[in-house]
Design a protein around this ligand. Structure first.
Ligand code: NAD
Length: 368
C-alpha cells in the first residue's frame, strides 16, 4: 500500500479532545487509525441502506485487519429514521450480541447516521466509545464534529439528544464521488456559512472554486473541508455546549429551521433551507444598516453559483415568524438572529423589529 497523505485537525476539549483525520482515498486506513485511539475489541459499524452497501465492507475489512472484532448494522436511509425506534433496534442488536461496556460504535454515513449512532453510543450502558466516519459533505464539515447527537420526536426535530464527543473523526473525501449532486450542494451551504461567519479568505476561495466543486473536479476540496473543520473545531473548543460563541454556527439556521419545519422536512434539504436563511439574515442586516449591500450581493451570487435556493414559495412569512418563535434557541420570547456585519464576521442580535423580518421574508417569496 502506498503512503497515504493525511491531514489532522485537533478538537481541543481537555480529556475529551480528539483528532479529525482527513484523507483522499485512504478509507482502508480507518482501522489502523481507530486502533491507535480505541482500546476496545468489538466495533459495530452503523450505516444506512444507501451507504452500507457502498462502503461498509471496506471499513469492516480495514477494522478486521487492525484486529478488531467488527460487524455492521444497517437501517433504512432517510431523515424519518432518525427516531428512537431505530436507536432501540441498535440497543437490541448490541444486547443480543453481547456488546460489552468496552465497545465502540462507528457511524459510517451522513448526519442522520452520525446523530443517531452518537446518541446510541451516549446511552448504551451509560456510554460507550464513538467514532465518526462521515460520508456526506454536510457531515464532514459540520455534523460529525462537535458532539451534538440525537434523534427527532414527532413534535420536534432533534428534540431528544446528548452532547457526546467522538474519539475520532475519519474523513475520506473520495466517498463524496457517489454522493448525489443535490446532497453535495446542500453541504456546500454549510461550507459557505463558514466563510460568512469566520473566514473571508475561504469565501474568496469559494467564489473562485464553486463551479469546479459542483462539477466534481476541484483540487481544493480537501483543503476546503479541512478549513471548515478547523473553524468548527475552534468554535466548539471555546464553547462546547453552546452557551456563547457556538451560537454563531446557527447563521442562516433560525429562518432555515422554520422553513424546514413548515414544509415537514420534505421540500427543502437542510442546506437548501439554510441557504434561504442566510439570504434572509443578510438582507435583514442590510436593512438595519449593519451590512453593506455589495457584500449581501456576493453571498447571493455565491449561493446562486452553488445552485442553492435563495427564495421560497408557498409559505406565509407570518407563519415562518411564528415558527421561529418556537425555536429551541429562542430566549424569553425574543427571536435571536445571527446577522453578518461583513463577510467573515457575524453578530448575534435579538433586537430586530418583527416588522423588518416580515418585510424581508415578504420580499423573498418567489417561484424557486
Ligand atoms: P443523510 O445522513 O440523510 O444523508 C443524505 C443522503 O445521502 C442519504 O440518502 C444517504 O444515504 C446518502 N449518502 C450519504 N453518504 C453517501 C455517499 N458517500 N454516497 C452516496 N450516498 C450517500 O443527511 P445529511 O445531509 O448528511 O445530514 C442531515 C442530518 O444531519 C439532519 O438530521 C440534521 O439534523 C443533522 N445535523 C446534525 C448536526 C450536528 O451537529 N449533529 C449538524 C447539522 C446537521
Amino acid at each position: 500500500m502506498g503512503k497515504i497523505k493525511m491531514e489532522t485537525v485537533k478538537v481541543n476539549l481537555g480529556e475529551r479532545s480528539y483528532n479529525i483525520l482527513i484523507t483522499t482515498g485512504g478509507i482502508e486506513k480507518a482501522g489502523a487509525e481507530l486502533k491507535s485511539v480505541i482500546p476496545d475489541e468489538k466495533v459495530l459499524v452503523i450505516s444506512d441502506s444507501r451507504v452500507g452497501p457502498l462502503y461498509s465492507e471496506k471499513v469492516l475489512e480495514s477494522l478486521r485487519q487492525a484486529d478488531f472484532d467488527a460487524d455492521d448494522f444497517i437501517f433504512n436511509e432517510g431523515e424519518d429514521q432518525k427516531i428512537l425506534f431505530t436507536v432501540e433496534r441498535i440497543y437490541s442488536f448490541l444486547a443480543e450480541y453481547n456488546y460489552p461496556r468496552q465497545c465502540t460504535l462507528a457511524a459510517l454515513g451522513g448526519g442522520v447516521t452520525g446523530d443517531l449512532t452518537g446518541f446510541a453510543a451516549a446511552t448504551y450502558m451509560r456510554g460507550v466509545n464513538f467514532v465518526q466516519i462521515p460520508t456526506t459533505l454536510l457531515a464532514m464539515v459540520d455534523s460529525s464534529v462537535g458532539g451534538k447527537t440525537g434523534v427527532n420526536h414527532r413534535l420536534s426535530k432533534n428534540l431528544i439528544g446528548a452532547f457526546y464527543q467522538p474519539r475520532l473523526v475519519f474523513i475520506d473525501t473520495d466517498v463524496l464521488k457517489t454522493l448525489a449532486p443535490e446532497e453535495f450542494r446542500s453541504g456546500l451551504a454549510e461550507v459557505i456559512k463558514y466563510g460568512m461567519i469566520a473566514d473571508p479568505e475561504l469565501f474568496l476561495t469559494l467564489e473562485d472554486e464553486t463551479g469546479n466543486l459542483i462539477a466534481g473536479n476541484s483540487s481544493s476540496l480537501e483543503r476546503i473541508i479541512k478549513r471548515c473543520c478547523e473553524i468548527k473545531a475552534e468554535i466548539v473548543s471555546r464553547d462546547e455546549r453552546e452557551s456563547g460563541v457556538r451560537a454563531i454556527l446557527n447563521f442562516g439556521h433560525t429562518v432555515g429551521h422554520a422553513i424546514e419545519a413548515l414544509t415537514n422536512y420534505h421540500k427543502y434539504r437542510h442546506g437548501e433551507a439554510v441557504a434561504i436563511g442566510m439570504i434572509a439574515a443578510a438582507r435583514i442586516a442590510v436593512k438595519i444598516g449593519m451590512l453593506d449591500d455589495m457584500q449581501s450581493q456576493r453571498l447571493w451570487n455565491l449561493l446562486k453559483q452553488a445552485k442553492l435556493p435563495y427564495r421560497f414559495s408557498a409559505l406565509d412569512p407570518a407563519d415562518i415568524i411564528e415558527r421561529m418563535k418556537k425555536d429551541k434557541k429562542v430566549r424569553s420570547g425574543r427571536i435571536r438572529l445571527v446577522l453578518p456585519k461583513k463577510i467573515g464576521e457575524v453578530e448575534i442580535r435579538d433586537d430586530v423589529p418583527e416588522k423588518t423580518l416580515l418585510e424581508v421574508l415578504e420580499e423573498m417569496q418567489g417561484e424557486k
